[in-house]
Design a protein around this ligand. Sequence first.
Ligand code: NAD
Ligand code: MG
Length: 396
Amino acid sequence: MTRRVAILGSTGSIGVNTLDVIRAHPDRFNVAALTAGKQIDRLVEQCIEFQPAIAVVSEADDAKRLEALLRQKNIATQVMHGPSSLVAAVTDSDCDTVMAAIVGAAGLVPALAAAKAGKRVLLANKEALVMSGNLFMHAISAGGGELLPIDSEHNAIFQCLPNNFTKESSPQNAYLGVEELWLTASGGPFRNTPLEQLSNITPEQACAHPNWVMGRKISVDSATMMNKGLEVIEAFWLFGLPLEKIKVLIHPQSVVHSMVRYRDGSVLAQMGQPDMRTPIAYGLAWPERIAAGVPSLSLTQLANLSFSEPDLSRFPCLSLAFAAAKTGGTAPTVLNAANEIAVAAFLDEGLPYLQIPVVVEKTLNAIAIEGADSLDTILHVDAQARKVTRELIQAL
Ligand code: NAD
Ligand code: MG
């Protein structure tokens, strides 16, 4: 069977890696839809190469430009724009598989649409699940599709769980003997930086991740370890284990991508190069395995693999995420929204690095937490939190 793949966020780091895997397997995959925010030049090249049925950009002017460029090349791709067209890319393109790789809350509505429509959802956009975990997991079961985690840690855990493990915490899972999930974290570029030097961190320093090449927002999240906090919440929804059974371990080499500890003393780990094409290829071809273009791992060339507990005083964002996860309801939505605004302000407006956790915490304290029962509530709280964080930043 040829899979027809829609890629939400095709011009980003995950999107480009997804197309790289697809390019190597033209017999297995074709591209149904591509979407981008603002990177029109890259999207033009992608449309010329993969000729999707639908392409979506954010702005009307960009859509006009894209359409003109494609017609010059005799490419018939239908060009659309705006947030509602992201949903159309998923529902109207005749795709069966959706890579959800838009960064941040902007990816929630189309990812949810893919879940409801019963697609195979390859989830990179962790913020979507953090905001709407309960709703999202219900949409997957109601839609009758599949959810495969692309985040490397969750993909690793998925690979290490028994085949018949289901996300519902059923007696059957107890029988399968899964005790704990261990999420590994590199600790980012500032794992050993003296704390007094953190006040002068620049965006370039924060985005220079030691092991992974990623988009700018997730790179900053890796530096603050908010990324790992979001991933704990992501794991909670994906795998249905209680929060206290989801642990974080610092592992600077990024070789062990995560682990599952079993009752009998076994710990299963998934290892590999830090290259997102491995989890992407796994999700695209599951339950088969295909070449991903990733060099094989040489354990003899690695000096050592080390593991340690995270230092929460160095990474206050991780504590804030643990607390929001415990509170539940809309707390993770507020955490995520405040973090998106704070990180954008750090990257583009000179908000000091150390103010990121401060404004996130203040936002969490300023907003009453409610149940995250409907998309309307989630989107309302998301907007409210963004407004509060912006005001806090302006007042600094
Ligand atoms: P990126 O910034 O490189 O790419 C983001 C993509 O989303 C781009 O195509 C961009 O055009 C699009 N986009 C951004 N804002 C948009 C908007 N408002 N409307 C429509 N499209 C918009 O980010 P990335 O590193 O590829 O990360 C994407 C997602 O995958 C994030 O949620 C991230 O946490 C997750 N993820 C990434 C990696 C990685 O290695 N890059 C690893 C694990 C998880
Ligand atoms: Mg990850």
